[in-house]
Write a protein that binds this ligand. Structure first.
Ligand code: SAM
Length: 292
C-alpha cells in the first residue's frame, strides 16, 4: 500500500509529498480539496470537518492515487474528474472541449448586469464549448430562450449532456461561425443577445500558452490563423447584425491584444455604444456593442 493507513491525515501527507515538486502549496490545497469533495460528494463544510479524520476505502485511495499520477503529468483536474463549476452550475468536462474559465464567468456577470431589467430574452451563444455561457444565462433566468452552437461534435454532445444534467430547456445546434450560412429556424432582427467566446489565440502567441493548456486542451478551441486573428469576431459581428433586433447586444470575450482591431471593425459595421471591460487581472477582456 502507498499510504501507511486509510486516514485523511495520512492521505494529505501522501498528496503533499507527491505534488510538492510540481505544484505550489496553495495549488495543492485546492487540488486536494477538489478531489476529496468530488469523490466523497462533500460540500465545503463536510470537507472542513472530515478531511483529517475521515477513513477512506481501498477503492477511494486507489482513485486518489490515479488522480495524483495524472496531476503529475500536468493534466487539468477538471478533465481528471470530468466536471467543473461555472456560475452556479456543475458542468461535465471532456478532453476535446475547452474547460470554462473564470474570465468567462465575468462575461456572464456583465451580461446579467447589463440586462437586469429584461424579463425574457432571445439569446444565441456561439462557439459554446461546454455550453457554459448560455446555460448560465438560462439558469439565472428560466424565461430566456437560449440557443447554443458550435462546430465541434464533442461540444454539441457535451452541451446537450450539460443542459440535461442541469434540467435546462435549451436548443443546441451545429453551426460554423466562420461561414455566413443562415440558420433556418432563426428570423432576422429577432435576437436580443448574440454572445461568443470564440478561439482567439493566433499561432504566433502559442509560446505564451501554459504547457498544460497547450498539451491537454483542444487546439481548435484555442487557436486562430495568424493571417486574420479576429476572423471569428468579424463573422459573428456580421451575422449578429443580421439576426439582432435594433438595439440588440453583441457580447464578446476577447484577446486583449486585438481589442482595438475588433472595436474598429464593429464601428465600421455600424455597431454603437461599444464598451470595453477589463477582467479581474486588469486585462481588456470583454466587449459589448449594440446594433444600430
Ligand atoms: C475558446 S472556446 C470557448 C468555449 C466556451 N464558449 C467557453 O467560454 O468556455 C471556442 C469554441 O469555438 C469552437 N469553434 C472553433 N471553430 C469554430 C467554428 N468555425 N464555428 C463554430 N465553433 C467553432 C470550438 O469548438 C470551441 O468550443
Amino acid at each position: 500500500m502507498f499510504v501507511q493507513n486509510n486516514t485523511g491525515s495520512e492521505l494529505k501527507r501522501y498528496v503533499n509529498d507527491k505534488l510538492s515538486s510540481s505544484y505550489q502549496r496553495r495549488e495543492i490545497q485546492i487540488l486536494y480539496k477538489t478531489m476529496l469533495c468530488h469523490r466523497m460528494q462533500w460540500e465545503h463544510a463536510d470537507f472542513l470537518s472530515n478531511f483529517t479524520t475521515a477513513v477512506f476505502s481501498e477503492s477511494d485511495l486507489l482513485f486518489f492515487k490515479q488522480c495524483i499520477n495524472r496531476l503529475l503529468k500536468k493534466e487539468p483536474i477538471q478533465y481528471i474528474l470530468g466536471e467543473t463549476y461555472f456560475y452556479n452550475l456543475s458542468l461535465k468536462c471532456h478532453k476535446e472541449v475547452l474547460i470554462p474559465r473564470p474570465e468567462t464567468e465575468e462575461l456572464v456577470e456583465w451580461i446579467i448586469e447589463s440586462t437586469a431589467f429584461s424579463t425574457s430574452l432571445l439569446i444565441h451563444d456561439l462557439c459554446t464549448g461546454t455550453g457554459c455561457i448560455g446555460l448560465a444565462l438560462k439558469n439565472e433566468n428560466p424565461n430566456h430562450e437560449v440557443f447554443l452552437s458550435d462546430i465541434s461534435p464533442y461540444s454539441i454532445k457535451l452541451s446537450i449532456e450539460n443542459k440535461d444534467f442541469n434540467h435546462l430547456n435549451i436548443s443546441v445546434l451545429t453551426f460554423d461561425s466562420l461561414k455566413d450560412s443562415p440558420i433556418d429556424s432563426f428570423k432576422e432582427n429577432t435576437f436580443d443577445i448574440w454572445v461568443s467566446n470564440p478561439p482567439y489565440i493566433p499561432m504566433v502567441e502559442k509560446e505564451m500558452v501554459d504547457t498544460n493548456v497547450y498539451e491537454y486542451e483542444p487546439h481548435m478551441a484555442l487557436f486562430v490563423e495568424d493571417k486574420d486573428p479576429i476572423c471569428f469576431y468579424k463573422s459573428i459581428a456580421d451575422s449578429g447584425f443580421c439576426y439582432l433586433k435594433p438595439d440588440g447586444f453583441l457580447f464578446f470575450e476577447i484577446n486583449p491584444n486585438y481589442a482595438k482591431d475588433i472595436i474598429d471593425y464593429l464601428q465600421k459595421k455600424g455597431y454603437k455604444n461599444i464598451e470595453l471591460k477589463q477582467d479581474i487581472s486588469q486585462k481588456n477582456r470583454m466587449l459589448k456593442a449594440q446594433k444600430s
